[in-house]
Every structure is written in C-alpha cells, then in structure tokens.
Design a protein around this ligand. Structure first.
Ligand code: ADP
Ligand code: MG
Length: 349
C-alpha cells in the first residue's frame, strides 16, 4: 500500500526535454492510468518511478519516504511488462517462485505463497508447464502472478495487454480490475488507449509532450475537460469542435440531438445539416452531418428508422465547452453562439 508523490520531476535526453516539471500525487490504493499519445513520455516516467531510468531533476516519494535515489530493488514496486519477460526454461511454478528464492524465503513458505497466487490467477492446473505451452493470456497471468507474489506497495504496468488480441484484451481488462479490487494495492498503468483508460481507471493522468494536461476521475476528465487537448483525446467519436474566431466550442456527439419527426424535443440551439453517413453499432447509431460549421458527429441510442437527408441538430447550453485560442477552457460566452437560432422553428412536411 503506497501513495506515490512526484515533485518537479524532469527528464532530458540530450537536448530533448521529454518530461517537463511533473508534479503528481498518485493515491494509495487507486487504479491510476497514465494516458497519452505515443512518444509523450509515459514509459520514461514509469521507468523513472521504478528506478530503471534516472531523472534529470526532481524528487519521488513513496508515502513519506523519499526514494529518488533508491535502487529498483529497494523501491517496493513490481513492474509488469508488455513482453512478459518470463524465463523460458523454467516452469510456471519456478517463474513465480524465483523472486522469493532470491529473497531467501524458506521453502515451505514459498510453496504456500506460490500456491496462493496460482489460485488467484487461475493457473493452478498449469503450474508445471513451460511458458511456450501457454496462451498469450496465460503468459500475461504468469507475469502478473510473479509480480503479485512479491506483495509490493505498488504495481507498475506498461501497456501490458497490447500484445493480446481484442477479445482477450477485453477479458484481461476485467481480470485486472477485479485483481486490483482484491489486492487493494496502488496500480499505475500506462496506456495510449483512451477506452482502456476510461474503462479501467479510478483515476486518469493525461500526459502530452511531457506535461500533465489533467488529472482526475474518468468522470471528471470526460465531463469537465480542462483544455482542448483533453476534450479531443477522450471520447469516441471525438468531441465536435466549432471554430468561432479566437475561440472554439466543443459539444460531445451524444449531447447533440437529432430532431426528427419521431423526436421533436429541441435544446437551446439549433443548426441545419445534411446527412453524410449513418453507422449502426448495434447499441448506438452514429451520424455524420455536414453543417455550415463543419462536419459534425451525432451519437444516439440505436435508432433503426431511416433519417431524412435534410436534418436539424440541437444542443443544450450546459453541454457546450468553451476554449480560448491557447486551447484552455474558459468561461462560457453564449454571444459566440448567437448565429444559432435559440427559438426552435420546426418545419416538417
Ligand atoms: P511513450 O511511452 O509515451 O510512447 P517514451 O517515454 O517511450 O514515450 O518516450 C518519450 C520520448 O523520449 C520519445 O520522443 C522517445 O524517442 C524519447 N526517448 C525515450 N527513451 C530514450 C532514450 N533512452 N534516449 C533518447 N531518447 C529517448
Ligand atoms: Mg511507451
């Protein structure tokens, strides 16, 4: 169990400033996701926390203890890698036991500890197999078991599911969520996949170009993005952006309403459009609509009826995000929307 604190952490490789003054608190017992596009510095940050890479400046604490200068083995963390890093010549049992042997834990105790984690990751029946006899998902579970058996204060995982196919990845996400709830230990999990971040994390840290863009719960990040980058990075289809001079406004596709003869309830603003395409996803329907303000997405619960080519969209005041020309969230300025008629005027043949 551990809270991790970073103060003014910086990292440069030669002239490249890869991490720029990172200040963070990762809560004890949280499932925290470090999310950001490829190359933004996620792995570098995780490696610095694990002691595998040296920071250029700054301080790192685990609870109240400073660990900035500790060796990896003295940091009470376990790292789970994407490529599993299992020993091929050892059985599943031996792979998990190895770290305990190094720590000189007596044999009887080792036996009990390994049996416990094997059960936890549901690999008891595979204990005597070599890694090459296992599926990708089973290997990933061995890698997890090897980390769990050390009983670390925190688990660090760097895109651990990216080598698995989509179905297995979904399954392992569920397993990791349940495992974290069982262990009640801090998980710090790196991914570039916003769906993974939203579905797994209790907390999300969004990184871009070596800077923290926002930190919060999935709900806070989704419903209250602090800047244009976060608004656009989270959500699928991406938030609709309408440029209005020096400002831009954002409306999530599911906050856009399609006004049809079947559903005439309108929001505060309206705009007319032409339907470009309809995508049926089973549980929901996505429309792409050409408007005077660009091509916008609308997401509704599944709607199987064909929609007229000429359509009207509407949205509510409170669902609009306003951003200034630096991309920072600003107070609402509804005069920017004055061109969008406020009074619903519906004309259906
Ligand atoms: P992410 O994990 O978010 O994809 P990384 O932390 O791996 O990003 O890398 C961030 C940046 O630092 C990239 O531009 C990468 O090329 C650079 N970088 C990472 N490691 C090194 C290194 N050992 N030497 C030089 N540049 C590096
Ligand atoms: Mg990486």
């Amino acid at each position: 169990m551990a809270q991790i604190t970073l103060q003014h952490v910086k990292k440069s490789f030669g002239k490249a400033d890869v991490l720029k003054d990172i200040n963070l608190e990762i809560q004890d017992g949280s499932f925290t996701i470090l999310l950001g596009p490829s190359g933004c510095g996620k792995s570098t940050l995780l490696r610095i926390l694990a002691g595998l890479e040296e920071e250029s400046a700054g301080h790192i604490y685990m609870d109240t203890k400073e660990i900035t200068y500790n060796e990896p083995k003295d940091r009470d963390v376990a790292m789970v890698f994407q490529n599993y890093a299992l020993y091929p010549h050892m059985t599943v049992y031996q792979n998990i036991e190895y770290g305990l042997k190094i720590k000189k834990i007596p044999k009887d105790e080792r036996k009990r500890m390994v049996a416990d984690v094997l059960e936890m990751v549901e690999l008891t029946d595979h204990a005597q197999k070599r890694p090459n006899k296992l599926s990708g998902g089973q290997r990933q579970r061995v890698a997890l078991a090897r980390a769990i058996v050390k009983r670390p204060g925190a688990f660090f995982m760097d895109e651990p599911l990216s080598n698995l196919d989509a179905k297995l990845r979904n399954h392992m996400r569920q397993e990791l969520i349940e495992l974290q709830q069982q262990l009640q230990t801090t998980f710090l999990y790196v991914t570039h996949d916003q769906v993974e971040a939203m579905s797994m994390g209790t907390h999300i840290i969004i990184l871009n170009q070596g800077k923290v863009m926002q930190q919060g719960t999935p709900k806070e990040i989704y419903t209250n993005p602090e800047n244009l980058f976060v608004a656009q990075f989270i959500g699928s289809p991406a938030v609709n952006i309408i440029e209005q001079g020096d400002y831009s406004i954002g409306i999530r596709p599911e906050k856009m309403q399609l006004i049809t003869p079947f559903d005439t309830a309108a929001g505060d603003y309206q705009l007319e459009g032409e339907l470009l395409s309809t995508e049926q996803l089973g549980g929901e329907t996505i429309y792409r609509v050409k408007t005077a303000y660009g091509k916008l997405h609308v997401k509704t619960p599944s709607q199987w009826e064909a929609v007229d080519n000429k359509i009207k969209l509407s949205f509510k005041k409170e669902d609009v995000f306003f951003f200034d020309n630096d991309g920072e969230r600003t107070a609402p300025d509804y005069t920017l929307l004055k061109d969008l008629r406020e009074e619903p005027q519906l004309h259906f043949a």
